[in-house]
Design a protein around this ligand. Structure first.
Ligand code: IMP
Ligand code: MG
Length: 187
């Protein structure tokens, strides 16, 4: 994927390059919503958003879906575990909505290694839903080694660190209305 440098001088100062413009994201989200509306027409799915990165995508995706649905959120955070190489992923409190027997669609902003999504899916499965599938706006094709399928992917991207449309770098840039690549940092 070739990146186009933003002409906005403020953004250039922060070295964020345009990756997906707002209108491009909106039309892809619309397509995802239409597909999900068809696939889940016979059920009433529960969209479970993975905080915080999902929040913009979740709001747009939910409005692009035309069938009845319910919404829930769950949080997951990874932290370094002493001298161990791997991060530990802590999944937040269980969803408030009872999900036993329900069809769950986990909504992620970005799936990189997939460990976060996997931890949340495992947690949700404890409550015996009928099905759990994943929809992610972005999937980093090169870096992921997924042990479960992603049912819906907005965009496949290379191994870049991206921000905006809900995604952060050190809690900043979630409010950018496009997806940008932070070019000054090595991931
Ligand atoms: P995982 O490697 O798929 O478990 O991704 C871990 C988490 O890191 C994701 O849920 C995001 O919160 C965050 N993350 C991964 N890649 C990016 C990125 O490019 N930008 C912003 N956050 C990211
Ligand atoms: Mg983050």
């Amino acid at each position: 994927m070739t990146t186009k440098t933003s002409t906005d001088s403020t953004l250039e100062m922060r070295k964020i390059d345009m990756l997906y413009r707002r209108d491009v994201i909106e039309s892809r989200v619309q397509e995802l919503g239409e597909q999900i509306s068809k696939d889940y027409a016979e059920t009433r799915p529960v969209l479970v958003g993975a905080l915080k990165g999902c929040f913009v995508f979740m709001a747009d995706l939910a409005r692009a879906i035309t069938i009845p649905l319910e919404l829930e959120f769950i949080s997951a955070a990874s932290y370094r575990n002493g001298a161990q190489q791997d991060d530990t992923i802590a999944v937040g409190p269980a969803p408030m909505l009872p999900i036993k027997g329900r069809d769950i669609l986990l909504v992620e902003g970005v799936v990189d290694s997939g460990r976060t999504a996997e931890a949340i899916v495992s947690r949700l499965k404890i409550d015996e839903p009928n099905s759990v599938e994943v929809v992610t706006l972005l999937h980093k094709t090169q870096s992921s080694n997924l042990s479960f399928p992603l049912k819906y992917v907005g965009f496949e991207i290379e191994d870049l660190f991206v921000v905006g449309y809900g995604l952060d770098y050190s809690q900043l840039y979630r409010n950018l209305n496009f997806i940008g690549h932070v070019s000054e940092f090595e991931k």
